[in-house]
Design a protein around this ligand. Structure first.
Ligand code: B3K
Ligand code: ZN
Length: 881
């Protein structure tokens, strides 16, 4: 484990390397206990580098076996080798030489899942961000690009399949039952994109012909017997390849493209050149075992990793501070892909919900950082919602500001100018400035300044003068180490909705630049005056969530209902209803805390039936509109002195009240949404299932009877239906016979399928209430649970800590103590996953006093431990600070 040295990396310290490695030749002789790695590197001294400058290579826990320059062993005094560094002081006179490094690694003992490790008998690698240095000494940073030739030797029986990046060159048998394969990747790449896979796997194969006629062999490799479950992923891959050609003019560039699914993986997937490695959760699907959400995630992640081939691999990051250059942009691209494949409005709402659930709390808490950070101690802790999700929103705003044509021209220029380079956010922005002639210097603050901007708005209408006036003020709250903020360029899409529900025309507007339905805020305060407005409009602001800001608008409830019913922008209709729900829940939880009983507005209780039955709206949209804000959303709105119990109670009451009020309509629509035909994962069918499942929640809450959920559970024909019913039974009918039976039958049915048992773990980890922490402790002893498998840990422990507000935030602090002790256990094997779990503490300061004290105690107790990993110490210290 890499313990913390306190070292901080700073953006301004960036310097190019003194040496380059134009060619990398690797030979692996694979063995679980002792794999020998021979690296033959062509090293080049830069013209400006003096001969006396030593060559300093990164390592992480390495043991050096042998070291040669141009075939000659190096004398001991010519170099220093420690596990973390190789410094070579005596170098040849020539500017170019061959350096041979032999190291030994132990893949079977590697439980951190970085570098070369074994998962379920399969050798695989994970190198981003700094895993390559666990394989051999190297200039392990993204601005050192090299062409790779890789020879893999293995026992044929253990590993009939041998894969690496690029194209296959050669393969054959060796003596004693060994064999080998050689791969060559002609595209220069940084070490973090290196990959190797070797094992005994089954595969499915297909072909893709690119726009210019290149034939590409596609392969997806999975555990034997699971091949049929990879069909959907293959289909998603082919659709992604076509879409990138059509939408961005990007073609694939190798003869083969391979994907391998492994069961122990620290994140979702990895975009290694020509050889993507995936968490099997994001490859395997069939109706019996995968929900519609699983299908949608598979589609999105397959696309995301594929799109990295251009945004990340062909053009990569100069340094890790530029991570958003590839991640924010690639998330934007996968969002657009899914929007085109499915429903744009539904996709946008889902994106915004994710952004608010994950990025907003990050931006508003102790771990806030800019989309392009300036400092880090452990880069793995910066694969965050801010870098990914807010990074994508920033690209979306560029699209909004420039319009589609200039945006595409900017992207084309970026691809043409920087292909084969490692670049910065400045390089990226410059392409859009040049392509559009627009000045993006104020806009660039979105990359540099942390915190969610707030926009406050008030509106008035002067009927006599036919004038409508908006007063808009922006502010950015202080964040850690940035107390003073500069003013942002915020593009707010808007409409003036007239009495007939249509957008109104106006004669002129002044007070801010307005272009194509977007108000551009650039100053602290704008007074925007619309002239020639014939009737009082209702303002619809931040349509499509054009800017990732919080908005407060002095609006009457009836205006919100009006927008919820009539806004031409479907996203804004959802937003309006969501605001009404959130406000009602905030008020109700305050009442409950004061010992009162909430009284919900009749209009709010009546409206859901209207939505549910509105056949003009897609089923998936209706499902999202009806979904109540999550407890964490309500907590965020309250902001401070949070009591999760009161929030949970308020939400339960509103759900039951709506369920009762709307019962006849909901029951009707529930029946209409039934599908007796064959299962299809398409968006329309998934939408019907989603709507049906939301209604099941309401109907069960309204009747307080488990019968309907039990019936759905028993007759379910897909995992989407079954898992939703199980959830209702376990969460709404805690401890009941029905819940008990459903949980037991689910466990039995999927006993041998760990990915499905993960769902069973999550359902139980998220049962509301104070008892759940004991249940989670018990489930850690279940034979299917494993503390070294990230999927199991994320489901059971992560599910509890991040999605169970009343369980985790149990008033006596037991949830916090449990998480702290478990984090330390996970850390013994896997610091990255441990650090991820610790993020659940990030909003601790917004809790009421006594919970704050309990959380602080648990955090401080962890932080006091000696020898913490760099990953965990970094998160803890920033969280407590
Ligand atoms: N680039 C990888 C993430 C690597 C995470 C390293 N801690 C997957 C992705 O974003 O596509
Ligand atoms: Zn990515």
């Amino acid at each position: 484990m890499r313990t913390d040295t306190g070292q901080v990396f700073r953006l301004e310290d960036y310097r190019p390397t003194a040496y380059l490695i134009p060619e990398t030749d690797l030979t692996f002789r694979l063995d679980g206990d002792r794999t020998q790695v021979t690296a033959r590197l062509t090293v080049e001294r830069r013209a400006e580098t003096g001969r006396e400058v030593p060559l300093v290579l990164d390592g992480d826990g390495l043991a050096l076996d042998d070291l040669l320059i141009d075939g000659e062993p190096l004398p001991a005094e010519a170099y220093d080798a420690t596990p973390d560094r190789l410094i070579i002081r005596r170098l040849p006179r020539t500017g170019r030489f061959e350096l041979t490094i032999v190291t030994d690694v132990e893949p079977a003992a590697n439980k951190a899942l970085m570098g070369l490790y074994v998962s379920n008998g399969v050798y695989c690698t994970q190198c981003e961000a700094e895993g390559f240095r666990r394989i051999t000494y190297y200039l392990d940073r993204p601005d050192v690009l090299s062409t790779y030739r890789v020879r893999i030797e293995a026992r044929k029986e253990e590993a009939p399949l041998l894969l690496s990046n690029g194209n296959p060159v050669e393969a054959g048998d060796l003596k004693d039952g060994w064999h080998y394969a050689v791969w060559h990747d002609p595209h220069p790449k940084p070490s973090y994109l290196f990959a190797l896979v070797a094992g005994d796997l089954g595969g499915i194969h297909d072909e893709f012909v690119t726009a210019s006629g290149r034939r590409v062999k596609l392969g997806i490799y999975v555990e034997h017997g699971k091949e049929p479950l990879a069909a959907y992923a293959m289909d998603a891959l082919k659709r992604s390849m076509r879409w990138d050609e059509e939408r961005f003019g990007r073609e694939y560039d190798l003869d083969v493209f391979n994907i391998v699914a492994v069961s122990d993986f620290n994140m979702g997937a990895m975009e290694n050149k020509g050889l993507n490695v995936f968490n099997d959760k994001y490859v395997l699907a069939d109706p019996e075992t995968a929900t519609d959400t699983d299908y949608a995630n598979i589609e999105a992640i397959i696309a995301h990793e594929y799109f990295h081939n251009w945004t990340g691999n062909r053009i990569t990051c100069r340094d890790w501070f530029q991570l958003c250059l590839k991640e924010g942009l690639t998330v934007y691209r996968d969002h657009e892909f899914s929007a085109d494949q499915r429903s744009r409005a539904v996709k946008r709402i889902a994106e915004v919900r994710t952004l608010k659930a994950h990025q907003f709390p990050e931006d508003q808490g102790p771990l806030a950082h800019p989309v392009r950070p300036r400092r880090y101690r452990e880069i793995n802790n910066f694969y965050t919602a801010t870098v990914y999700e807010k990074g994508s929103e920033v690209v979306r705003m560029i699209h909004t500001i420039l319009g589609p044509d200039h945006f595409r021209a900017g992207m084309d220029l970026y691809f043409a100018r920087h292909d084969g380079q490692a670049v910065t956010i400045e390089d990226f922005l410059k392409c859009f400035e040049e392509a559009s002639g627009k000045d993006l210097s104020q806009f660039a603050l979105w990359y540099h300044q942390a915190g969610t901007p707030h926009v406050g708005v008030s509106a008035r209408y002067d009927a006599k003068a036919k004038e409508f006036t908006l007063e808009i003020e922006q502010s950015v709250p202080p964040t850690p180490s940035e107390s003073r903020k500069r003013l942002m360029h915020i593009p707010l899409a808007f409409g003036l909705v007239g009495p007939n529900g249509q957008d109104m025309e106006y004669e002129s507007a002044e007070g801010a630049a307005i272009e194509n339905g977007v108000i551009h805020l650039r100053k602290r305060r704008h007074i925007v005056q619309f002239k020639g407005v014939s009737a009082r409009p209702v303002i619809s602001l931040n349509r499509g969530f054009s800017a990732p800001v919080t908005l407060s608008l002095e609006a009457r409830a009836e205006d919100q209902f009006f927008l919820a019913r009539h806004d031409s922008d479907l996203f804004s209709r959802w937003q309006a209803l969501n605001t009404l729900f959130t406000q009602a829940l905030v008020d109700a939880s305050t009442q409950i805390r004061r010992g009162g009983k909430p009284d919900f507005d009749k209009a709010l209780l009546n409206y859901p039936a209207e939505i549910a039955a509105d056949g003009n709206l897609e089923a998936a949209y209706r499902a999202l509109a009806l979904a109540l804000p999550a407890e964490a959303d309500i907590a965020r709105e309250i902001g401070s002195n949070i009591d999760p119990d009161a929030i949970g109670a308020a939400r339960d009451m509103l759900r039951a009240a709506i369920g009762k009020e709307a019962e006849p309509t909901f029951a009707n629509v529930y029946d209409q949404m039934r599908n007796d035909g064959a299962f299809s994962p398409d968006a329309e069918s998934a939408g019907r299932r989603a709507l049906r499942n939301v209604l099941l929640e309401y109907l069960s809450a309204g009747s307080a009877e488990p019968a309907l959920a039990t019936q759905q559970f028993r007759t379910a024909r897909s995992m989407t239906e079954r898992a939703a019913a199980l959830n209702v039974l376990a969460h709404q009918f805690v401890g009941s016979e029905d819940a008990h039976e459903a949980l037991a039958s689910f466990e039995k049915r999927y006993n041998d399928n760990p990915l499905v048992l993960d769902k069973w773990f999550v359902v139980q980890a998220t049962i509301p209430g104070r008892e759940t922490v004991d249940l989670v402790r018990k489930l850690m002893l279940h034979p299917a649970f494993s503390i070294t498998n990230p999927n199991r840990v994320r489901s059971l422990i992560g599910g509890f800590a991040s999605s169970n507000q009343t369980g985790f935030h149990r008033a006596d602090g037991e949830g916090y103590r449990f998480l702290a002790e478990t984090i330390l256990k996970v850390e013994e094997n896997n610091p990255q996953v441990a650090a991820r779990l610790a993020i659940a503490f990030r909003s601790w300061r917004s809790l009421e006093k006594s919970r704050q004290e309990q959380a602080r105690a648990a955090l401080s107790d962890m932080a006091r431990r000696p020898n913490l990993s760099r990953d965990l110490r970094d998160i803890l210290e920033r969280t407590i600070a």
